[in-house]
Design a protein around this ligand. Structure first.
Ligand code: NI
Length: 182
């Protein structure tokens, strides 16, 4: 099928739709699901994000996309994460180790915060055809998965922060460095 290209407006923090719990997808390999996935990928790419969740474009379904694309020249040291479309995901920590690192969010443009996340996780879910996905991830990959899946339970990264003194404007925190939101 030929999906039409559609870049959507990304909802910003303060919009109540970002705080809802998303519903599981019940039917796979449908035109509607493939179109949603295409729209999420187009919108993520256009915004140069590391990931995007369906609630961020106002769709209350458990669908996230993340990773993929060529290495970002602005992020030469950022590890590559495989382009992944994950439907109905479940994320489970592996071990009890957490680490703090900076995060941004396309729904919170211009800001960054220091967020604790599980260092290693296992995530399972389905692809848009209904085939199972099961992976283990660590570090940045694990962080992206946790951030995106949090959008499916109405959580934005500041709600995970322990110290709001470590929330700030990107251009103040990292002067002279062009950073993408994710
Ligand atoms: Ni986000």
């Amino acid at each position: 099928m030929l999906a039409r290209m559609a870049i959507h407006e990304i909802l910003k923090m303060g919009d109540a739709r970002l705080l809802r719990v998303a519903q599981p997808v019940r039917e796979f390999d449908t035109d509607a699901l493939h179109q949603l996935v295409a729209d999420l990928i187009d919108t993520m790419r256009a915004a140069q994000g590391a990931g995007l969740a369906a609630p961020q474009i106002g769709v209350g379904l458990q669908v996230v996309v993340f990773g993929g694309g060529a290495p970002n020249p602005r992020y030469p040291d950022r590890p590559l994460v495989p382009r992944t479309v994950l439907v109905n995901p479940v994320v489970t920590p592996l071990g009890d180790e957490q680490e703090d690192d900076w995060e941004g969010c396309l729904s919170i443009p211009g800001l960054r915060g220091r967020v604790p996340r599980w260092r290693r996780v296992r995530y399972v879910g389905r692809d848009p055809y209904g085939d199972p996905i099961a992976r283990e991830a660590e570090g940045f990959h694990a962080r992206v998965v946790q951030h995106e899946c949090d959008h499916l339970v109405g959580k934005l990264y500041p709600m995970r922060m322990r110290d709001l003194a470590l929330l700030g404007y990107t251009d103040v925190l990292f002067p002279g460095v062009a950073l993408e939101d994710d």
